[in-house]
Design a protein around this ligand. Structure first.
Ligand code: FAD
Length: 453
């Protein structure tokens, strides 16, 4: 067992933990990062599957994600635009397929009007909400104690409009049924991206990708940290603490440090045994943040055949198993890659199938959207973060109904020398790599100020 003495021990080598380590090192502090997995990157993860490079985890960057862009600049990493030329496809509640251009779903004039009304209301609230302090909004309690679905139904009397709007935040972002989280949680998601209009605009929210891969950002950070800083295969299951510091117990490394950053998703805080136990506030609050569930579908073809039909590869349906699809062709790859998403209860149903049936139901949807050739991918792969012990779902955690205004205000409070940081606790960039970078920086700055003071 190695024994180390450092200023700060960081639990988790995802983008949050590694950004914090990078900033602390630049500030002249010594760090050790203990990581449970045999790799860095956390929910950003790139795999080589049957000769194709796949972004199994996080990948897209939107123009407002300036903290991540600044980090990419610092690391000398470029980005490239997602392919988006061509028409989109929408499959409606009756299974009818429509090819369309522009921003509005082809759902009939009155429903489009109702969707615009909902977007306007969401934008108005999002402009009023400080993503760092959503609980400070005057209507916070009211908005946090009604489900997003029921709140949308209060705004308009058009179930199709409600499903179309719900698709972007429920299925598309929080990856939980819209009945299970609050309107305030949905509005935080919108405020964190600048506006709800940004979230419904795939050209904004899924704007660019990293040349190399998103996991490569974490790998570049780890490389800069040098030897004897990041320790893989070292889950921290025991954390002793006093007012003066901590002792973090990994599998073969024990780190004594003045401060600790728990840079893991909040649903995993309870995996660590704290000695003494954390105070009541944290013990109770931590039980109210849970991961959503989404399957990221990857299908690679000999060429991006949908482009030949004038299609962009973008497709939506609030009712089918795969609810969104995009052209996800890898940088300078002659092959064509589609990515699709199966969320929350639909993901439960898909995982309940055997492998052949699962593949069929997903490829049937891709074929309905983009043509029969979609049935025969060269590579087919499903990201399964729900089976990953050190994540347990995707994309991120959110509070249960009523939890955000009740427990959110204490989520950034350290407990003695222990700080909590992850993209799940971010305001701007909430649930995104950008939020992870912001939280890593902010937490490092708080610790430097404390240690200097
Ligand atoms: P994580 O990335 O989860 O890192 C936490 C680390 O802590 C992990 O490495 C974990 O192994 C480790 N750990 C956990 N417990 C312990 C322990 N007890 N001891 C030691 N180590 C521990 N974001 C975007 O910006 N754009 C996207 O397109 C996007 N798409 C996504 C798609 C998927 C399928 C998923 C899963 C996520 C996606 N995200 C996306 C979200 C993004 O990946 C996360 O917001 C980001 O990775 C969070 O970084 P983090 O460091 O806070 O947490």
């Amino acid at each position: 067992m190695r024994q180390l003495d450092r200023d700060v021990v960081i639990v988790g080598a995802g983008p949050t933990g590694l950004t914090a380590a990078h900033e602390l090192t630049k500030a002249g502090r010594s760090v050790a990062v203990l990581e449970a997995r045999d790799r860095v990157g956390g929910r950003t993860w790139t795999g080589e599957v049957d000769g194709a490079t796949l972004e199994i985890g996080g990948q897209w960057i939107s123009p407002d994600q300036t903290a991540l862009y600044a980090l990419l600049d610092e690391l000398g990493i470029d980005t490239y635009a997602r392919h988006r030329e061509g028409s989109s496809v929408f499959v409606d509640h009756d299974g009818n397929r429509r090819v369309y251009d522009g921003e509005d779903f082809p759902v009939g004039e009155e429903t489009v009007r109702q969707i615009h009304r909902l977007v306007e209301v969401m934008d108005r609230y999002a402009a009023e909400i400080d993503p760092d302090l959503p609980w400070a909004h005057p209507e916070a309690k009211q908005l946090d104690t009604i489900s997003f679905h029921h709140w949308l139904r209060e705004q308009v009397d058009d179930p199709v409009a409600v499903d179309c709007v719900g698709l972007f935040i429920a299925g598309g972002m929080l990856t939980k049924p819209a009945t299970s989280f609050s309107a305030l949680q949905a509005l935080l998601m919108a405020a964190s991206a600048g506006s709800f209009s940004h979230l419904v605009d795939e050209d904004f929210i899924l704007d660019r990708r990293v040349v190399g891969t998103m996991q490569g950002v974490s790998q570049a950070l780890a490389a800069r940290l040098g030897d004897d800083v990041v320790f893989l295969d070292n889950p921290v299951l025991r954390l002793e603490w006093t007012a003066e510091g901590v002792v973090a117990h990994g599998a073969d490394v024990v780190v004594r440090a003045r401060r600790a950053i728990l840079a893991v998703p909040p649903n995993l805080y309870g995996r660590v045994s704290y000695e003494p136990a954390l105070p009541r506030t944290q013990l109770v609050a931590h039980q109210h943040q849970s991961m959503g569930l989404v399957i990221k579908v990857h299908a690679v073809y000999d060429r991006p055949f949908w482009r030949e039909a004038g299609l962009s590869g973008t497709a939506f349906s609030p009712t089918s198993t795969v609810q969104e699809v995009y052209d996800n062709t890898f940088h300078e790859d002659a092959r064509g890659t589609l990515v699709g998403f199966v969320s929350d209860e639909k993901a439960d149903a898909v995982w309940a199938l055997d492998e052949d049936a699962r593949r069929k139901v997903i490829l049937d949807d891709l074929a309905l959207f983009l043509g029969d050739e979609a049935r025969e991918p060269q590579v087919f792969y499903l990201s399964d973060f729900g089976s990953e012990e050190w994540t347990r779902g995707a994309y991120a955690t959110s509070f249960d109904l009523g939890g955000l205004h009740r427990f959110g205000p204490s989520q950034h409070d350290p407990v003695g020398p222990i700080f909590f940081a992850s993209s799940d606790l971010a305001g701007a960039g909430y649930q995104h790599v950008d939020g992870a970078v912001r939280m890593g920086r902010r937490t490092a700055a708080r610790i430097v100020a404390e240690l200097d003071g």
